[in-house]
Design a protein around this ligand. Structure first.
Ligand SMILES: Nc1ncnc2c1ncn2[C@@H]1O[C@H](COP(=O)(O)OP(=O)(O)OP(=O)(O)O)[C@@H](O)[C@H]1O
Length: 679
């Protein structure tokens, strides 16, 4: 059911809902809160302590005129009272607040308490004036943006929840739910939006995680079986030019690269399609491995495709391929969202006729009108951006093509088995020779000027720098705005005599390319950027990266960002600027200063948190998991793996009560499942 049919969803709201990924009523039902506010305890004012998060019901007793503080901020103050005392609501830069309340009106307030010189204040509280309508339970807070208030979003989602019976199907049969003592799906979803208590919430979250991980495990088993049975891939022998090509490279391959390449070339010779994951730490040299596989494919007159997670990266891979393969008659094309229409049509036509040997692209490659003549090798450079589903879509364009997946996110071996259990794994655990350790420092913002002086020194020595702006979750636009601000300031104040460039996610790809090219050609000394440079960017002359508000980033992300430097033989530096107010933040940043191996960082992160935000908490995770986190939920992961095995051994999945489960696996993995799949 379309979200448009829900009361209160006009054209504008629809646009904003879409920007959150909500298009249907089902999307809204499955749009889970990011956190909760506990409104159950209404507290007497005279018992409030500084720092409390409290709920209060009181009457408006006095509304002050707005005041301007020396910082330029407008301050609005409203006094509320009840039998237990007075409390002052304080709002900054919201001058309209003073007209929002009426003397004598009864309101509900929720927010953080601050005690200042005997005055009890509640800072920028949430308020509700229709006391009748107030929900006093544990209320959801949804990931949102400034256009959609929590109030509106809650109302819409609550309206959608009325349709839960028709929109959501139970996929776990009764006997499994009983055996595992887990909630039915509808109860779990309703509880996640409006929990009665935390125990019910935990059990509900667990139910969703269980379902997600069970589907993942079954999907992986199905994929593995499917691959095991495939026999008719194009066998691609090692071409006679291979030796000469390797010798022509500008560097000698590391042992780990050579071993991985050997494994790949052996796989490609077979008529059984390759299904291999290459895991290599940041900067370990995965690209050349992909290039060699593509070269071998093209020299055997088959087509190969390389899919990258961003346009910048696709472009970079395209240029590397062009330059390294220039002495061979291999036709290479780039196909990305921003390729001009006319050119796109031409490229697509040539791919179809087999006139293009290697095509590099983004998800534009999986668009339906791209057809290949003889696609024999599919490489996806995942960096944890693609889901299993998109990978499947590209694979379906070939005739059982060989598949190579590359990832720079280090996953401890035991865990890799669970999340990439369907694939063979090669690991590049060695850095090219001549690399030096990246010195990493964690400093307070008060040291910023000294950091900038250091940046200047590096630039005077001929090197280049990245300055990464604070992460703004949930809004690429705000992130871009903050990057522009930082850029202006740096250009005009600190680095007047230098060439400063800017790159962020809201620029179109032509603009991004221009900037990246200028940076590569040393026309830019300092590149101010958001996390768009996180994956894969390769400018070996850049030797220093400064990361602002470093504690906001996940460790994986910091590790990726740091990997933008130290990619050549120059000594490189990573400077993490952070207030790091909590113990945990300090410990995490210390992990970065003391370790350089991504696998170890991943493990330490796991130990420290007992959970793993290593992957980040975005709802569109690598495996399209909404709540489950393979790092954190290792117990559920094991349970579901055992259950998946049992289901297969006992041939349970063909019973009709498993119909919905099977449908869901087909959906998520973009693969057909029938009686023969698991045999
Ligand atoms: N054996 C080698 N010896 C010297 N330099 C190498 C070697 N292999 C790769 N390089 C160089 O190292 C740099 C990093 O390689 P590449 O871009 O493939 O890394 P990556 O593993 O893809 O890193 P990331 O995960 O950051 O994308 C490149 O400049 C590449 O030319």
């Amino acid at each position: 059911m379309d979200i448009k049919s829900i009361k209160g969803v006009g054209e504008k709201t629809l646009k904003y809902l879409n920007s959150l990924g909500i298009y249907t009523v089902k999307d809204a039902i499955l749009y889970f809160p990011r956190s909760y506010e506990d409104r159950r305890n209404i507290k007497p004012i005279n018992e409030l302590k500084d720092g409390d998060i409290a709920s209060i019901i009181a009457d408006v007793s006095l509304i002050y005129a707005n005041r301007r503080a020396s910082t330029g901020k407008t301050i609005s103050r409203v006094v509320f009272k009840n039998q237990t005392g007075f409390i002052v609501g304080v709002w900054f830069n919201q001058p309209y607040i003073k007209n929002t309340f009426k003397i004598g009106q009864r309101v509900f307030l929720y927010g953080k308490i601050s005690k200042k010189m005997g005055e009890v204040q509640i800072i920028e509280p949430q308020y509700e004036k229709d006391i009748e309508d107030i929900k006093f339970g544990i209320n959801p807070i949804y990931p949102s943006n400034k256009h959609l208030s929590q109030k509106v979003l809650r109302k819409i989602i609550d309206e959608c929840l009325k349709y839960i019976d028709s929109e959501i199907n139970e996929i776990l049969p009764d006997d499994i739910r009983k055996q595992k003592e887990i909630y039915d799906i509808k109860k779990a979803i309703l509880n996640i939006h409006h929990p009665n208590d935390y125990a019910a919430l935990d059990k509900s979250i667990e139910r969703i995680k269980f379902e997600e991980l069970l589907i993942l495990q079954l999907g992986l088993f199905a994929a593995k079986k499917r691959f095991e049975k495939l026999e008719n891939a194009y066998p691609i022998p090692v071409c006679s030019e291979m030796k000469e090509f390797k010798e022509s490279l500008p560097f000698e391959l590391t042992n780990a690269q050579s071993k991985t390449i050997r494994e790949i070339l052996i796989d490609m010779k077979k008529s059984k399609p390759m299904n291999r994951l290459v895991q290599g730490d940041v900067g370990s040299g995965k690209t050349i491995v992909a290039i060699i596989a593509l070269f071998n494919c093209a020299m055997n007159k088959y087509q190969g495709a390389l899919m990258a997670p961003t346009e910048i990266l696709a472009q970079q891979h395209f240029l590397s391929l062009k330059s390294l393969l220039k002495n061979y008659s291999i036709n290479i094309a780039l196909l990305i969202g921003s390729t001009p229409k006319k050119q796109k049509v031409e490229i697509i036509e040539k791919i179809k006729k087999g006139e293009i040997d290697i095509v590099v692209g983004t998800h534009a490659l999986i668009q339906e009108n791209v057809e290949f003549k003889n696609l024999a090798l599919v490489i996806t450079d995942e960096q944890h951006r693609f889901g299993v589903r998109q990978r499947g879509e590209l694979i379906n364009k070939g005739h059982n093509p060989h598949v190579l997946v590359m990832t720079a996110t280090p996953i401890p071996r035991t865990l890799a088995l669970f999340v990439y259990g369907d694939m063979d794994i090669s690991i590049i655990n060695e850095m090219p020779s001549g690399r030096q350790k990246i010195d990493t420092y964690f400093v307070r913002p008060s040291m910023r000027d000294r950091v900038y002086d250091f940046v200047k020194k590096e630039i005077k020595n001929g090197r280049q720098a990245y300055i990464v702006c604070p992460l703004v979750e949930e809004s690429e636009k705000l992130e871009a705005e903050s990057a522009v601000e930082t850029y202006e300031k740096l250009k005009e104040v600190y680095f007047k005599k230098f060439n400063v460039g800017l790159i962020h996610g809201k620029m179109n790809s032509i603009e991004k390319d221009l900037v990246m090219n200028d940076f590569k050609n040393k026309e830019i000394d300092i590149l101010v950027s958001t996390t768009v440079i996180e994956v894969g960017i390769n400018v070996p002359n850049a030797t220093i990266i400064v990361i602002e508000n470093a504690d906001r980033f996940g460790l994986a992300q910091l590790h990726q960002l740091r990997g933008r430097v130290g990619r050549g033989s120059y000594k490189s530096y990573c400077i993490l600027i952070s207030e790091a107010k909590t113990d945990e933040a300090r410990k995490r940043l210390k992990i970065m200063t003391q370790n350089s191996d991504g696998f170890i960082i991943a493990e330490k992160d796991m130990e420290l948190r007992g959970t793993g935000e290593f992957f980040g908490t975005k709802q569109h995770g690598p495996l399209e998991l909404k709540l489950a986190d393979p790092f954190k939920d290792i117990d559920i992961l094991k349970q579901t793996r055992d259950l998946a095995r049992e289901m297969l051994e006992k041939n349970m999945l063909y019973k009709k009560e498993y119909f919905n489960l099977i449908k869901e696996i087909e959906n998520k993995f973009n693969a057909k499942i029938d009686q023969t799949t698991f045999n």
